[in-house]
Write a protein that binds this ligand. Structure first.
Ligand code: FAD
Length: 300
């Protein structure tokens, strides 16, 4: 424990919002991962800025997470500070056709607020179990929609610790890509432009998409969604299935029998099980089809 860092952190952030030696498996949807030295849940932009400044001052490595739905944390955990931008930063406001929300707002809640205001365009995001900040960072998308289609601008902390507004265009949003990690931006809030629609129709579309997810995806097991990105011209799940890897398991990790694009934690997997399985799948798919699978999931 870095005593000076911890003391100064406590001077800036309510002690209820700082934990030490916190098990990361409690905070990521894959339910794996050892302890983080510090786990901070700030409740204002100023607190996030302060936490980052202190991490930099005391050379404490830090990593931002939202809902942890696209992450694998290793069994050794994280030597440094995890800063969660989640429920403490989740206000949503709707004005006309514009929705602005703090980065910690859960996408489903943002999509429901849009629906309640008869705004269409966010239905695709309703079933993605991440925060708005995570969705901007990943340019999350599903069923023909993606954040890129609706995002106008974001408020971020830049590498100099300043709060600035960045236009969506400047985030270079692409398939599961944005410049957020490269620029070391921390997303604080995002503004989306939607269109007027019919509330009942929006509700119905969201229900249909949820039903599709339940039918096709192994939502009953912990996972991080699609493990691999879609390689150009192929579908990762189909390649994995054709390689005979459906149901392939390492320890408690398994290629889902319901959807081969999902690696699931089906029985007390360790991060090591999952990472070994991912490596083996990549190797076998490459051997058989010459296609290199790239992970969509981020490893911490
Ligand atoms: C069952 C299931 C289904 C899924 N379906 C889909 C789907 O259909 N489409 C899809 O795109 N994804 C899907 N995902 C993956 C995941 O939900 C998305 O990538 C989501 O956008 C991640 O958001 P998060 O808040 O959980 O981010 P995290 O997993 O916490 O973080 C992901 C990345 O974003 C960064 N990050 C998070 N918040 C911020 C912030 N405020 N500022 C800067 N960086 C930040 C993190 O550092 C990390 O690099 C699914 C996952 C699961 C478990």
């Amino acid at each position: 424990m870095n005593k000076d860092f911890f003391e100064q952190l406590n001077a800036k952030i309510d002690s209820d919002n700082i934990k030490t030696n916190e098990q990361m498996k409690e905070h990521i949807t894959f339910r794996v991962g050892g302890p983080a030295d510090y786990y901070i849940t700030p409740n204002s932009n100023e607190q996030i800025v302060s936490a980052i400044k202190l991490c930099k001052k005391y050379d404490v490595p830090f990593y931002i997470i939202g809902n942890g739905s696209n992450l694998i944390v290793r069994d050794e955990g994280f030597r440094g500070a995890i800063i969660e931008i989640g429920t403490n930063m989740s206000e949503i406001t709707v004005e006309g056709n514009t929705v602005t929300a703090q980065a910690g707002a859960i996408l489903a809640k943002v999509a429901v607020s849009a629906m309640e205001n008869s705004l269409t365009g966010m239905e695709f995001a309703h079933g993605i179990p991440g925060t708005l900040g995570g969705a901007v960072t990943m340019n999350a998308g599903a069923y023909g929609g993606e954040m890129k289609d609706i995002l106008v601008s974001v408020q971020v902390i830049n590498d100099d610790g300043e709060i600035i507004t960045v236009a969506a265009n400047d985030l270079k949003l692409g398939y599961r890509y944005s410049v957020v990690p490269k620029e070391h931006y921390v997303v604080l809030s995002a503004t989306m432009q939607l269109k007027e629609g019919d509330k009942e129709a929006i509700k119905e579309t969201m229900a249909e998409l949820s039903a599709k997810r339940r039918e096709k995806q192994p939502l009953e097991y912990p996972s991080a969604g699609s493990t691999f990105k879609r390689p150009e011209g192929y579908f990762a799940g189909k390649l994995i299935e054709d390689a005979g890897l459906k149901g392939y398991a390492v320890g408690g990790a398994m290629v889902s029998k319901k959807h081969s694009g999902f690696v699931i934690n089906y029985d007390g997997a360790t991060a090591e099980d999952i990472l070994t399985l991912i490596d083996n799948v990549r190797e076998k798919v490459y051997e058989q089809f010459g296609v290199e699978l790239e992970t969509e999931v981020k490893v911490l």
